[in-house]
Design a protein around this ligand. Structure first.
Ligand code: NAI
Length: 272
């Protein structure tokens, strides 16, 4: 513990269960001295697991469907009331593709599902930022982080429409980061995380095999949810106050590795 977030107020979306990346971020933010509000879609809360996290981290819960502007407005207003001031950090940890859930191949994407995926997983980020800016709800130097995946840059067939949606998410971080940075010095970044065994991750067909492949490529191995949370905490802290509009890879070196010896050996490719 370094007290990196001492006195800071936050909003953390997307903690569904103990495996969720957002769950780990909430635990670490609490350890680092932050106070925050937890939020998730009302339907996700019926599972009730978030209550245990709220208790453990002394957090209150404000339900909000991230596609709903009224819900998000209420989230920012209520969070400031609950926490007693403007917000210093926000985690966007929300992703869902109906096309993936229904195992529809990319080239045959259903467009209603595609639009739903965009709304939930990318446009929700724009909506949050626009509402926060309109309400002037984030302190100067505040930090907003959304979670992304490398399929935004390179093709991974199993990721189907989410690849395009993550590309949009990363673009929103850049575009909004410009305006919010100029006006209020608010930083906006995306963290491009290794495959991680969570509800969203495991819902992807072929994910288990791919998880092992990525682990065998990355010199440090796959980054887990807890280390992703550590990285997010550094981005919320004042130590990264000049970092904005970036897509930051948090993947054990995977994105810079062409091939590893381990994978070459598994392919049966011997040195001549
Ligand atoms: P998760 O399933 O634990 O979290 C996804 C969250 O999105 C859930 O809490 C869910 O309730 C929430 N959500 C869905 N629809 C919503 C809505 N309309 N309004 C509000 N919340 C809604 O899974 P995970 O893996 O922790 O996902 C968090 C983020 O990390 C997502 O953006 C995901 O794409 C990203 N990510 C995950 C990776 C993985 O391999 N698990 C790799 C790279 C990025």
């Amino acid at each position: 513990m370094y007290n990196l977030l001492k006195g800071k107020r936050g909003i953390i979306t997307g903690a569904l269960d103990q495996n969720s990346i957002a769950w780990k971020v909430a635990e670490k933010a609490h350890e680092e001295g932050a106070t925050f509000v937890l939020t998730n879609a009302p339907v996700a809360m019926r599972m009730g697991e978030i209550n245990a996290l709220a208790e453990k981290t002394n957090a209150q819960i404000v339900p909000a469907d991230a596609t709903n502007v009224d819900d998000l407005t209420n989230l920012f207003i209520q969070s400031q009331e609950i926490l007693g001031g403007k917000i210093d950090f926000v985690l966007h940890s929300i992703g869902m593709s109906v096309n993936i859930r229904k195992k529809i191949p990319y080239t045959e994407s259903n467009y209603d599902y595609f639009l739903k995926g965009i709304d939930v997983s990318a446009l929700s980020f724009h909506k949050m930022l626009a509402i926060a800016k309109k309400l002037d709800a984030i302190n100067e130097g505040g930090s907003v982080v959304a979670l992304s995946y490398m399929a935004a840059q390179r093709t991974y067939p199993f990721y189907t429409d989410m690849a395009d949606i993550k590309a949009m998410l990363e673009s929103i971080a850049r575009s909004f980061g410009y305006y919010y940075g100029l006006e209020k010095k608010v930083r906006i970044n995306t963290v491009s995380q290794s495959p991680t065994k969570t509800t969203a991750g495991s819902g992807i067909k072929g994910f288990g095999d791919f998880y092992d492949y990525a682990d065998a490529i990355a010199p440090l191995g796959n980054a887990d949810a807890a280390s992703c949370a550590d990285y997010c905490i550094t981005l919320f802290s004042d130590l990264t106050r000049m970092v904005t509009m970036q897509n930051l890879f948090h993947d054990g070196g995977y994105s810079s590795t062409g091939v590893s010896d381990v994978v070459m050996q598994k392919m049966g490719i011997e040195e001549k």
